[in-house]
Write a protein that binds this ligand. Structure first.
Ligand code: DGY
Length: 321
């Protein structure tokens, strides 16, 4: 049963939506205003001209809702982001304006954790390079060089929240000792807590960034942390590009001061430092941590359920503000 209140709800969409989500919003009679149809350089003028009916924003990790956008939408009541990360939404401005904010937690935890482990194995076993080796026929003239074992390696997890914990549980199945750093010590006696990122990096072979991006965690992976991981160490980032000092990361990889990296996120997506393209010990994916059909549908359902709850005056399912 579709709540009548959803009909004619003005929704600003910041980025081309997963088709199922777009169809479900349209099926409910929502009026979609697509920001990406506006001239690239003039989003704010576009918003001011079209915004009077907008009560909701649906955004994602590509284009969020910043202060200028929120200011340009006087009737805005709710921002529902198709992501668990909320770093692209100005939460302070939303609080100030009384705008509610929802995210899509839990439903994507498995996928993001699966990708973290997948990247770690892909880097150590050099899977993309092995695949290229087979495709170009090189196997006919010789064997593939030896790679590095994943099972049993010490895994360090920066951020033992929902996703960090799911990564730890998966890594345990590979007999990996788990070390972590989180805002506070967690009740997991088998996991060793290190209060400092530097100590964590000194005590692991594979360091996985899975914390939220905040002022405290921005650039948490700096040169000292990279050097503590060292030439045998591997960095996996499924958090945000801004967690890492990317130019330090690139120099360390190019100079062989870091063993390898598995990166799903970058500082200036979709622009990637060219030096990384040459390196077989780097595996890159285009910010696809949660991008499976099953999870995208579950995330879309959660976005819609939150919007419905808002318009009919029920408690939001997954609010952050
Ligand atoms: C999110 O949802 O914030 C993540 O970036 C998924 O990869």
């Amino acid at each position: 049963q579709i709540p009548i209140a959803m009909e004619s709800l003005g929704v600003l969409v910041t980025y081309p939506l997963f088709p199922y989500l777009e169809q479900e919003l349209l099926r409910r009679g929502c009026h979609l205003l697509r920001l990406y149809h506006s001239p690239e350089t003039n989003h704010l003028a576009f918003l001011r001209a079209n915004a009077s009916s907008i009560r909701a924003v649906v955004c994602d990790t590509h284009v969020g809702a910043d202060a200028a956008m929120i200011d340009a939408l006087p009737g805005l009541e709710i921002v529902s982001t198709f992501s668990v990360g909320v770093d692209k939404v100005d939460l302070v401005k939303c609080k100030e304006r009384g705008v509610r904010v929802t995210i899509t937690p839990d439903v994507l935890t498995d996928d993001v954790a699966d990708l973290a482990i997948g990247l770690a194995i892909a880097v150590l076993r050099k899977l993309p390079a092995a695949d290229r080796f087979v495709r170009k026929g090189a196997w006919k003239t010789g064997g593939y060089p030896l790679t590095t074992k994943f099972s049993g390696k010490r895994v360090g997890i920066l951020g033992l929240g929902r996703i960090g914990l799911a990564i730890a549980q998966r890594a345990e199945a590979f007999n990996c000792p788990i070390n972590y750093r989180s805002r506070s010590k967690k009740p997991h006696p088998n996991y060793k807590y290190y209060p400092s990122p530097l100590d964590l990096a000194s005590n692991c072979d594979i360091l996985v960034v899975s914390c939220a991006l905040t002022d405290e965690t921005r650039l948490i992976i700096n040169r000292a942390v990279i050097d503590a991981l060292g030439p045998q160490g591997v960095l996996i980032n499924i958090g945000r590009g801004h967690h890492v000092d990317e130019s330090e990361l690139v120099s360390a990889l190019v100079e062989g001061r870091l063993g390898g990296a598995g990166l799903d996120v970058f500082e200036n997506e979709p622009d990637i430092p060219e030096e990384l393209f040459q390196l077989d010990n780097v595996v890159m994916t285009p910010h696809v941590g949660s991008d499976t059909v099953e999870t995208s549908m579950a995330m879309a359902d959660l976005v819609i359920a939150n919007l419905e709850a808002h318009v009919i005056g029920r408690p939001l399912l997954t609010p952050v503000v």
